[in-house]
Design a protein around this ligand. Structure first.
Ligand SMILES: *[C@@H]1O[C@H](CO)[C@@H](O)[C@H](O)[C@H]1NC(C)=O
Ligand SMILES: *[C@@H]1O[C@H](CO)[C@@H](O)[C@H](O)[C@H]1NC(C)=O
Ligand SMILES: *[C@@H]1O[C@H](CO)[C@@H](O)[C@H](O)[C@H]1NC(C)=O
Ligand SMILES: *[C@@H]1O[C@H](CO)[C@@H](O)[C@H](O)[C@H]1NC(C)=O
Ligand SMILES: *[C@@H]1O[C@H](CO)[C@@H](O)[C@H](O)[C@H]1NC(C)=O
Ligand SMILES: *[C@@H]1O[C@H](CO)[C@@H](O)[C@H](O)[C@H]1NC(C)=O
Ligand SMILES: *[C@@H]1O[C@H](CO)[C@@H](O)[C@H](O)[C@H]1NC(C)=O
Ligand SMILES: *[C@@H]1O[C@H](CO)[C@@H](O)[C@H](O)[C@H]1NC(C)=O
Length: 643
């Protein structure tokens, strides 16, 4: 989303100047919901910090040992005293607690105090007390999560852009900083396999990771887990390689196999130390997948661009991803009515500040530890110039996909190419990686065709396509300025596949709002004027709604319904003022969608606002197998009269 200007082709730049009032260009940065889309940690110029330690200034934090009752988060109290307070004093949280020059890679422009690591979060010292700038005293409360290292707080004056280090606190630490935490489930490569991925401080040289699991209330078995991590050198650019780097710990994935359909399992994470002791996590539950094609109630939630936010108000959260906690909490509340979740790209928007990934996995843990949390790759996970992606933007802050690919499992052949297929009962999902080339002839195009063709529509009638960027249709303001009403080149080749394989619904994020499009069919219209033209025999592309119905679809599948559901939490994106024939419903708010398959002939689609979890838009599809088979425009095999 922040890569707005890189979208503008020269043509569109002219359009912008001549047709559109320039102020529109700023609207998707600042709107009624706030949000400037800039990673708050990137506003801190930590390497410019100068020495200003004052012996009468102090920062004191307690308790000193956290998580003594086994919790993976704790609220701490911070007392700040400064003899020279000012309104832009701020308090940074550093982890590890030792963050001085001794921890920095060698540099030639070294000077005291030389800080080279961004804090994991911060608050202004006047938080909840406007008098701080007079009294020089305040008490602040922070919520810390277990992130495998100790913590220290530091008081700075000079604001975020020219920090002066005034005082450093005592160090505090979790009782077991290495504890196995934040399990996230994902479907494996087969329907009867669930994967569990978690984070810990235990390398394979110290302990053997495994999952102990079984039917709820019955004997348990143990399955081993693999261990992965990634070093600083695997980051492609700054800030991920520099001030944003933080040791990510170890990621373990276990494959729980031969699951029975729709069964309730219980599991916990374990590490067996080499001296024979065990370290255990909490106990969690999940329900296994239905058999592919199985006729039972199945509920799927899909959204994009949720981001993360700090429950203690750190990092000016309301200005970065203002709807993130609303969506997370709405999903947690509705968890009993959700079987599987798809978060289609732009997860924490860490943008190269690696600490933020822990905080994201902690935020989604109540969801991801209970239902499969399937992810797609977005520009904020992947994009770094000259790293083989489709877009040359810096949107991932130099992460070039590595944290996302290591911390989340997806059933892809190669997780660096983040496309995959997965089955869930009567659904077949084809998940695209829009940060890699999808055009005809590309490796991904071949995969998508194979994936769509793999759906046996008699057993899996509900065929879903999803990807991060809008390959289909969106009335977002900058797509409107482009004139493409989609990612440039998005539809050009994909529409052939959607039509041929009769995709029911295509979902996208990237654009931070909600929009539903009519079932649509794009075709080339041949005009008389084109017949003599040597340059064009392709005709003019027309987008036609194949159905004037808007809420109860039935019969032949002769168009794909496209849905933008990128309002998961990041600052909202304005709609274009240009009206299109195909836009059915638009909402400039935070929300998510849910698909409910009642059986092979009845599907319910719902859009919920994150603020109240209530349904604001919905439609149903009712049809039989013959309606999928029925011949429509580009979706038919040739027939023969031979008998
Ligand atoms: C605290 O300081 C910040 C930064 O200077 C300022 O924007 C904010 O208005 C202040 N808050 C209060 C409550 O005074
Ligand atoms: C860095 O901080 C540690 C304590 O956190 C201290 O022991 C050490 O002397 C400091 N080193 C420098 C170079 O300031
Ligand atoms: C303290 O901060 C408040 C609000 O940010 C501001 O109105 C006031 O002028 C400041 N007072 C001093 C003494 O700096
Ligand atoms: C094994 O090592 C751990 C961590 O060092 C320690 O807490 C535990 O007491 C040891 N267990 C035994 C049986 O020695
Ligand atoms: C798991 O299920 C059991 C009942 O089978 C229940 O007591 C427990 O609270 C559940 N745990 C979680 C984390 O939901
Ligand atoms: C990306 O960041 C690099 C510096 O790391 C800068 O040179 C380059 O211009 C940036 N590219 C874009 C497209 O913003
Ligand atoms: C598409 O299918 C619907 C429902 O069967 C039908 O009413 C409509 O005429 C069809 N549209 C086209 C363009 O074939
Ligand atoms: C499918 O589910 C819908 C909605 O619950 C119901 O009305 C319909 O009768 C069901 N059809 C079959 C064949 O069970």
């Amino acid at each position: 989303m922040e890569s707005f200007f890189s979208f503008l082709s020269l043509k569109a730049a002219f359009l912008l100047i001549f047709l559109v009032n320039f102020s529109v260009g700023h609207k998707h940065y600042r709107n009624k919901e706030g949000g400037d889309g800039v990673q708050p940690l990137s506003k801190i110029l930590i390497h410019k910090t100068v020495h200003a330690i004052h012996e009468k200034a102090s920062v004191h934090v307690y308790p000193v040992v956290l998580g003594t009752t086994g919790k993976d988060y704790e609220w701490v109290t911070v007392n700040v005293v400064s003899p020279n307070p000012s309104a832009n004093d701020w308090l940074g949280v550093f982890s590890p607690a030792k963050f001085n020059a001794s921890t920095c890679p060698f540099t030639e422009d070294y000077y005291e105090p030389y800080l080279c690591t961004a804090p994991i979060k911060y608050k202004y010292a006047n938080h909840s007390d406007a008098n701080y700038n007079k009294t020089g005293k305040n008490t602040l409360y922070f919520r810390l999560i277990n992130q495998r290292a100790d913590f220290a707080f530091a008081l700075f004056s000079g604001g975020l852009s020219s920090p002066k280090l005034v005082a450093i606190s005592n160090a505090i630490v979790f009782a077991n900083p290495k504890a196995p935490l934040y399990p996230r489930l994902a479907l494996g490569k087969h329907w009867d396999e669930m994967t569990v991925t978690w984070t810990s401080g235990y390398d394979i040289s110290e302990a053997v990771p495994f999952v102990e699991w079984g039917f709820a209330g019955e004997a348990r078995t143990r399955s081993p887990a693999g261990t992965l991590t990634f070093p600083r050198g695997s980051m492609c650019d700054e800030p991920a390689r520099t001030v944003g780097w933080r040791d990510p710990g170890f990621f373990h994935t276990s494959f729980l196999k031969d699951l029975w359909p729709n069964s309730k399992y219980t599991y916990k994470l374990g590490h067996r130390l080499y001296n024979g002791s065990y370290i255990w996590s909490k106990t969690y539950n999940f329900t296994s997948s239905p058999y592919p094609g199985q006729d039972s109630l199945q509920k799927v939630v899909i959204f994009g661009d949720m981001g993360k936010a700090e429950r203690d108000g750190s990092n000016e959260y309301a200005d970065y991803q203002p709807g993130s906690l609303l969506t997370t909490d709405a999903l947690i509340k509705d968890l009993d009515n959700i079987d599987i979740v798809f978060h289609i790209g732009d997860m924490p928007y860490a943008n190269g500040y690696i600490s933020q990934w822990d905080q994201f996995t902690s935020q989604v843990e109540p969801i991801a530890s209970a239902v499969p949390y399937m992810v797609a790759s977005g520009n904020h996970e992947r994009d770094t110039p000259n790293t083989g992606g489709f877009y040359d933007t810096n949107d991932s802050g130099g992460e070039c996909g590595v944290p996302a690919e290591t911390m989340f499992f997806v059933p892809a052949e190669n997780r660096a190419k983040f496309w995959y297929q997965t089955d869930y009962g009567m659904f077949h999902f084809c998940i695209a990686d829009t940060e890699h080339d999808w055009r005809e002839g590309s490796e991904q195009y071949k995969f998508i065709e194979k994936c769509l063709a793999a759906a046996d529509r008699n057993k899996q009638p509900w065929l879903i396509f999803a990807g991060h960027r809008v390959l289909g249709y969106s009335s977002n303001s900058w797509y409107g300025m482009e004139g493409s009403f989609a990612e440039p080149m998005g539809r050009d080749d994909m529409q052939k596949l959607w039509q041929k394989y009769k995709v029911d619904i295509a979902f996208y994020g990237h654009v931070h709002n909600y929009e539903r499009i009519c079932p649509i069919y794009q075709f080339a219209k041949f005009c008389l004027t084109n017949i003599d033209s040597s340059s064009s025999d392709a005709g003019v592309l027309q987008n036609q709604c194949v159905n004037s119905e808007t809420s109860h679809y039935s019969g032949t599948v002769n168009g794909t319904i496209h849905v933008v559901v990128g309002g998961g939490g990041s600052h909202l994106s304005a709609f274009s003022t240009l009206k299109t024939v195909w836009s059915v419903y638009q909402d400039l708010d935070f929300g998510y969608t849910k698909l409910t398959a009642f059986n092979h002939s009845s599907l319910l689609f719902e859009y919920m606002k994150s603020s109240d979890g209530k349904v604001y838009d919905s439609f149903t599809i009712s049809r039989d197998y013959r309606d999928v088979l029925a011949c429509v425009h580009d979706g038919c095999e040739p027939t023969t009269l031979a008998s």
